[in-house]
Design a protein around this ligand. Structure first.
Ligand code: FAD
Length: 332
């Protein structure tokens, strides 16, 4: 393999029902920075059916080139045709770096593609950079239960592939004066590639906002004590037009659904305001919320590690503090 044949950054754009997922725009933001450091191009690849109209949006978010693969067999996500299409695009484009969101779809497709093109994959990265000397991609992710941050490189193979957690990278400002090339790629797909028949798609009832998109999060920890004691958190969240999330202890106790978990094995969030209520501040929790703009911690133990990352701390019983806080906010 001649590594010099591989150039630029390619971002896999995840779309669902024709809607570009936020993580893909975040990866375009990061991809742009990496491409500029390499002095190379940022490209985006979008797979699906009737998706060509998405190309402009990707250019407005930083892509200099957009490759679309538009085919009936890509109408719904199924891993075989999607893997085949992405593999074909990568073999044709020869990018130095491929970035994929660490969503359920990204976690399904990225390892399959990396195996087919015989390269490595670093999953679940939280930071990416270019080594000035070697020009290798430095892919950093939590390891050993979050106790260390491991930086992984892929020096002998190309492309260097990484899945990246949603909510970690920053998307660029949408700029409608950006221009770029759009290429419709024939990935050689046919009806036989569809080895799964989709009978029905049952969509999750999303009355709630995804916690990764919430501006305010009121987050519960084991210190809340019980599912019944969660009500003051909902009251505060309602008052601030926010959402309720929690630590793994809360999810393990079934006081909240799994999609509300913040942390290393949950979601990475970056709200404007994060309330940590009865959360001790374990490293695995902090890894998912430390980038929040303003962190307010309520804990009865003044030595709780959460106070080390909090901008404001209230030492007290959460069951007493929260109702008072909500009452005061209602007055203002
Ligand atoms: P605890 O650590 O039990 O803390 C409860 C806190 O509440 C204490 O600080 C206590 O002082 C306070 N308290 C008690 N009563 C009150 C009260 N009445 N008023 C005010 N404060 C009170 N954790 C996550 O959150 N997210 C993850 O994604 C995650 N992934 C993990 C992955 C691995 C591989 C491992 C090993 C662990 C992971 N964990 C994760 C678990 C993590 O290590 C902690 O066990 C967990 O975060 C603890 O949750 P907690 O802070 O709610 O509970």
């Amino acid at each position: 393999m001649n590594l010099a044949d591989y150039k630029g950054v390619l971002v896999y754009i995840e779309q669902r029902d024709g809607e570009i997922q936020k993580v893909s725009l975040e990866l375009l933001g990061k991809g742009k920075e990496l491409a500029e450091k390499l002095g190379e191009k940022l490209s985006a690849v979008v797979l699906g059916h009737n998706i060509k109209a998405l190309a402009n949006e990707l250019i407005y978010h930083g892509a200099e080139k957009v490759i679309t693969v538009d085919h009936e067999v890509l109408k719904n996500f199924t891993n075989e045709p999607y893997t085949k299409a992405l593999t074909a695009v990568i073999n044709n484009e020869k990018p130095a770096i491929v970035l994929v969101g660490a969503t359920s779809i990204g976690r399904d497709i990225a390892p399959r593609v990396s195996a087919r093109i015989h390269t490595g994959l670093t999953a679940d990265c939280t930071s990416l950079d270019i080594d000035d000397e070697t020009r290798n991609l430095m892919m950093t992710r939590p390891a050993f239960g979050g106790n260390i941050m491991a930086t992984i490189i892929c020096p002998d193979h190309r492309p260097q592939m990484s899945t990246v957690r949603p909510g970690v990278m920053l998307k660029l400002e949408r700029n409608t004066s950006n221009t770029g090339d759009v290429i419709d790629f024939d990935a050689g797909l046919n009806a036989q590639d569809l080895n799964v028949e989709v009978l029905e798609i049952v969509k999750e009832d999303h009355k709630k906002v995804n916690i990764e998109d919430a501006k305010v999060l009121v987050s519960a920890g084991r210190g809340i004590g019980s599912k019944e004691n969660m009500n003051p958190l909902y009251d505060l969240a309602d008052e601030l037009k926010g959402e309720v999330s929690g630590s793994r202890a809360v999810i393990d106790n079934a006081w909240l659904d799994k999609d509300r978990q913040v942390g290393q094995t949950g979601k990475t969030v970056r709200p404007d305001l994060y309330f940590a209520c009865g959360i001790s501040g374990a490293i695995q929790h902090i890894a998912g919320m430390e980038e929040s703009e303003l962190i307010i911690a309520i804990n009865k133990n003044p030595d709780a590690p959460i106070f080390e990352v909090a901008d404001l701390g209230i030492v007290g019983d959460v069951s007493k503090v929260l109702p008072l806080l909500t009452e005061e906010l209602k007055k203002s």
